[in-house]
Ligand binder design. Structure first.
Ligand code: 5GP
Length: 195
């Protein structure tokens, strides 16, 4: 379900650096518009209200603002998966390697098992969905902890990259609040818009 308020904001302030990277750092990942994040939280609550979610999970750092508002609106705890540049195995911690889209290098994604309970139904929230590397890393850790992914919410999806399709093919429900079909320098076209 696309969100007009967000689409308009991306159109007004987002900058397509090239065909792959969209900059939205004036309201989402550097400066944060908390009113917009609250609306995003409300929209995710509406979309996943009937999914029996017990916990919200995100990845540091740009997923935190929308995920926190979603958790607040749904009255649920928020758990933040941590990123470390190199492996560091700690007791009670699960970890998996993820390839970073923006940094073009691998990092370790980690979570303490005490913050995910077997039987939890997790809603995974992130800022962007591109190749799906971050989402699949989170899924591996959530499932290794004995919990279930009940849904994935991304603020912005770039549908011309394979992440969304791969997740849906693997059986996960994905909701994107803004779904970009095509990008070129200073051009953005959303899914459903005429060329
Ligand atoms: P993926 O793992 O799906 O390939 O990429 C998702 C992660 O990479 C997100 O957590 C986000 O932080 C970052 N990312 C992917 N594409 C973009 C983009 O176009 N702009 C920005 N700012 N971050 C992105």
């Amino acid at each position: 379900m696309q969100m007009k308020l967000l689409e308009d904001r991306i159109r007004a302030e987002g900058r397509a650096m090239d065909e792959r990277v969209l900059l939205v750092d004036s309201f989402l990942n550097h400066q944060v518009d908390t009113e917009l994040m609250l609306e995003i939280g409300r929209e995710f609550k509406r979309l996943f209200a009937d999914s029996g979610i017990t916990r919200i999970v995100t990845v540091e750092s740009s997923g935190i603002a929308p995920a926190a508002m979603t958790a607040l609106e749904m009255g649920l705890p928020l758990v933040i998966m941590k990123k470390y540049p190199s492996p560091r195995n700690q007791e009670g911690t699960l970890e998996t390697e993820v390839f970073s889209f923006t940094k073009n290098s691998p990092y370790m994604l980690t979570i303490k098992t005490k913050y995910i309970t077997p039987g939890d139904r997790i809603l995974l929230i992130d800022d962007f969905l591109a190749n799906g590397e971050a989402a699949f890393g989170c899924i591996r850790l959530v499932e290794e902890a004995g919990a279930q992914i009940a849904g994935i919410g991304t603020v912005i999806c770039k549908s011309f990259q394979p992440g969304k399709k791969k997740l849906e093919e693997a059986g996960y429900r994905v909701e994107a609040l803004a779904d970009v079909a095509y990008m070129a320098k200073d051009v953005i076209r959303y899914v459903g818009e005429a060329e």
